[in-house]
Design a protein around this ligand. Structure first.
Ligand code: UDP
Length: 316
């Protein structure tokens, strides 16, 4: 197969490129490098089965030749990034998704949209099954991401219904692992970096809000299964192991042996109070479930961030 991965130099996108290259597929990786980084695909650049295109998907996708599958992952994804780039985020979710769908249509290719648990907003139903329609503040600051992804879902469903595109939607819940940008403000990287530096662990609000954290290798297995299927979804992909943010802070302190103090900071506007996926659909239709417990995944994150810090010190 020749797979086009938009956002292919990002955290999930680059792991996805690796998964396809590893099994012998060709990959066309498209990224505008606004939040992704060439470092994430540096080991692939120059390999015969890998092409890199520096394009902004909201302007157009200029990739020639047959494409068999389109994985549409191009978007800012961390709250810090999408709040900094609100219009660009809306453009990637709307025009970017349309360009990616048009390319899939022209090539009769499989199309998979990387949607998000954020389509559930601050959920009034817990845990969240795909049938839940969500609770999103349409004009709040997070809406630039939530509504962009909701529009992207609507567009994907419409191309599936009316244009015959073999299109599917996955809703990705919080995922962590190596290649996350340690400076993009997300909680796992923030806490581990703070703990390793002996800096205060910044808990936003009281820390009783919950998230369910999935390790990247598990997530990538699920995404590849979705791309290989004809499932339209939406399908939740995430690890149902739910933790309060204060519990995550305690786990990070325990794993690192750090004595960092806890510092409480204001809760961001519209921060969802709880989040946990129902993954029955993914299990029944894709034969997928996550395998890495959060305690083990956090350990790997500590090792990865420690090694990065070590490298930086050696190069000073
Ligand atoms: N959070 C926190 N301290 C941090 C960063 C994040 O308490 O230094 C909280 C944040 O308010 C949210 C949760 O951790 O409740 C997850 O935040 P993240 O930005 O990783 O992802 P989100 O699920 O909000 O997109």
């Amino acid at each position: 197969m020749r797979v086009l991965v938009t956002g292919g130099a990002g955290f999930l996108g680059s792991h996805l490129c690796d998964a396809f290259v590893a099994r012998g597929d060709h990959v066309a990786c498209v990224d505008n490098l606004s939040t992704g980084s060439l470092d994430n695909v540096a080991h692939l650049v120059g390999r015969p089965y890998f092409e890199f295109y520096e394009h902004d998907v909201s302007i157009g996708i200029d990739v020639a030749g047959q494409i068999d599958a389109v994985a549409h992952f191009a978007s800012a994804a961390s709250p810090q990034d999408y709040l900094r780039m609100p219009i660009e985020t809306l453009a990637a979710g709307s025009r970017g998704t349309e360009h990616a769908l048009q390319l899939a249509e022209a090539n009769a290719a499989r199309f998979v949209l990387a949607s998000t648990s954020e389509v559930y907003g601050d959920p009034a139903v817990h845990p969240q099954p795909e049938e839940y329609w969500g609770n999103v503040n349409a004009v709040g600051p997070r809406s630039v991401y939530d509504e962009a992804k909701r529009f992207a879902e609507a567009l994907t469903a419409a191309y599936g219904r009316t244009r015959g595109v073999n299109a599917g939607i996955i809703r990705i819940f919080n995922t962590y692992g190596p290649r996350m940008n340690p400076h993009d403000g997300r909680v796992v990287t923030n806490f581990v970096t703070q703990a390793l530096d002996g800096a205060p662990i910044t808990i936003y609000g009281k820390g009783d809000q919950t998230r369910s954290f999935c390790y990247v290798d598990d997530m990538i297995r699920g995404i590849v299964k979705m791309i290989d299927s004809r499932e339209s979804g939406p399908v939740n992909l995430g690890n149902p192991e739910e933790l309060a943010i204060a519990e995550l802070a305690a786990l990070v302190l325990q794993t690192t042996g750090s004595s960092s103090p806890i510092a409480y900071r204001p809760l961001p506007v519209d921060d969802p109070t709880r989040r946990r996926p129902v993954i029955t659909k993914a299990t029944e239709r894709l034969g997928w479930k996550p395998e890495v417990p959060v305690a083990e995944g956090v350990c790997t994150m500590v090792e990865w961030l420690r090694a990065r810090q070590g490298c930086r010190r050696e190069h000073k």
